[in-house]
Design a protein around this ligand. Structure first.
Ligand code: ZN
Length: 163
């Protein structure tokens, strides 16, 4: 008799999922291959990874992930006001536009234009999902052993894909 496969650390899990935020489905594996990840290596957000443990093939689950176990709590100080005339001309000055910028240490950072008033753009450096509760609907499609290489790298290798 073979032991029934359940999700454990260091196994590769294939799952179908959908992610709902503020009542809207913002991401889903529908129409695509199931998402494969290596359990226990932080390949998926912590609040979901924890809930996957012990799931069986074919099992479905709804998981609510609090902001602190998801994309973090929105940082009230992660905003910056910049006059619109200081942006390169090819960047449209519209609310919702996402930009790659440099932070104070010269590292690349992403920011979103949150508001424009009196020719001043308010940039928001928070992740778009920071502060949001995430509702995942997941279904485990397959569970398999990870190869030594996958374990060493800490992520899934797909066929014909080496790095
Ligand atoms: Zn790799």
């Amino acid at each position: 008799m073979t032991e029934e496969k359940i999700v454990k650390d260091d196994l590769i899990v294939a799952m179908e999922y959908s992610l709902t935020v503020d009542g809207e489905v913002i991401d889903s594996s529908e129409g695509r291959e199931p998402l494969e990840f290596l359990q226990g290596k932080g390949n998926i957000i912590p609040g979901l990874e924890r809930e996957m443990l012990g799931m069986k093939i074919g099992e479905s689950k709804d998981v609510t992930v609090k902001p602190e176990d998801g994309y973090g709590i929105a940082d009230e100080t992660a905003f910056m006001e910049i006059p619109t005339n200081q942006f390169p001309e090819n960047i449209p000055m519209e609310v919702g536009i996402e930009l790659q910028v440099q932070n104070e240490e010269g590292q690349p950072a992403y920011a979103r234009i949150e508001e424009i008033e009196n020719n001043i753009a308010l940039l928001n450096f928070n992740h778009p999902l920071a502060g949001k509760e995430l509702l995942f609907a997941v279904k485990v499609i397959d569970i398999r052993e990870a190869s030594e290489e996958e374990l060493a790298h800490g992520h899934v290798h797909h066929e014909g894909h080496e790095h």
